[in-house]
Design a protein around this ligand. Structure first.
Ligand code: NAP
Length: 319
């Protein structure tokens, strides 16, 4: 099968398209998926670059797993004998390591049936980013109707889902992004949009129950004065906790404002929940661009630029 592989850590150019052995189902709770689309996430270029925390997981000097990708949308081609939720031919989406390849064999518990009203491209844009936003708001922040929520980095993969989910939970949403993104982020349902290139939200005196830093560009200290007395700040930038351990300690000493680090946990029940919201048209993925798999280098460059509007998707299946 064709796959985008990397054999050493480094810039996007370490990625190349090669023929590699197709995986087969080794465990009974796994399925074989023919990949139609996958998306490119920050996770992929962090592993490719080989930042220290990722090397602890994937090899200190060179990568043990050669294929990147964590989101998938495709068709089930075979099922293990203990697979109960899917059958051959089902269209599924979900989380799966190594999805920048024509075939993958994830466990069934990180997959869900695709929403009926989306394409494979759209389905591939959902899993990591939308589950991250959902778990941060619902599970970590315990979002409640009527709260004031600020989404920092509202135009990115996680951010654009967070805006829509926060509106779904019936909160007042302030979305922060740069000038070119203000209009489409407003159209996602944000009550207010703020341009971070013009002024800092933390200077206007408004208080929020939840501040979700969806792009890991803020610190707890820089957001503290904008939190209500029991407000929660959540960062998604968990791989590089420069100040976070200190902030967590301080936050637990100085009062009821809290700082939390969130790490997404892929699971089918959140995917099922998201499928429902997509089918009810409460949430939709926004795709900036679809790259063919053989343009994997360009796709990584684009995501690494930090300017992605919504999601970048790979077209893995060729006609
Ligand atoms: N903890 C977890 O489990 C988890 C899961 C997924 C992702 N993450 C992390 O979450 C972060 C975001 O991921 P993502 O996929 O959403 O990223 P992304 O899509 O690549 O984010 C791109 C967006 O970031 C915005 N941005 C860039 N610099 C900004 C700044 N200084 N202030 C405000 N917005 C800025 C850009 O908007 P403008 O062009 O308008 O500036 C762009 O729309 C990454 O650090 C990733 O590693 C963590």
């Amino acid at each position: 099968m064709r796959a985008a592989i990397y054999s050493s850590y480094g810039p996007p150019e370490v990625l190349e398209i090669k023929d590699v052995e197709q995986p087969s189902i080794k465990d009974d709770d796994r399925v074989l998926i023919r990949v139609h689309n996958a998306s490119v996430n920050a996770y992929d270029y962090l592993f490719r670059k080989g930042y220290l925390p990722t090397r602890l997981e994937n090899g200190l000097t060179k990568p043990k797993n050669h294929i990147l990708g964590i989101d998938v949308a495709g068709t089930i081609e075979a099922v293990g004998k203990n697979v109960y939720r899917f059958k051959v031919g089902d269209h599924v989406f979900g989380s799966c390591l190594g999805s920048h390849a024509e075939y993958v064999t994830p466990r069934e518990n990180v997959l869900s049936l695709m929403p009926k009203n989306v394409t494979f491209e759209e389905a591939a844009a959902i899993p990591c980013a939308a589950q991250t936003a959902l778990q941060a708001l619902r599970d970590v922040a315990q979002i409640k109707q009527g709260q004031r929520v600020l989404i920092y980095g509202a135009s990115g993969g996680v951010g654009h889902f967070a805006v829509q989910l926060a509106r779904y939970f019936d909160t007042e949403v302030t979305a922060v992004c740069s000038t070119p993104n203000l209009q489409w982020v407003k159209e996602l349902g944000a009550n207010y949009v703020l341009d971070y290139t013009k002024k800092d939200f933390a200077d206007d005196g408004k208080k929020y129950d939840i501040i979700l830093d969806a792009v890991g560009k803020r610190t707890f200290f820089s957001c503290m004065r904008s939190l209500t007395e029991t407000g929660v700040y959540i960062t998604e930038h968990a791989l590089y906790p420069k100040y976070h351990p200190v902030q967590l300690m301080v936050s637990s000493l100085i009062g009821r404002k809290k700082a939390k680090i969130h790490l997404a946990k892929p699971n089918y029940s959140d995917l099922d929940f998201l499928r429902g919201l997509v089918e009810e048209e409460r949430v939709r993925p926004v795709i900036e661009k679809i790259f063919p798999l053989n343009q994997i280098v360009e796709a990584h460059r684009h995501v690494e630029s930090g300017r992605t509007k919504g999601k970048i998707v790979l077209q893995v299946e060729t006609e």
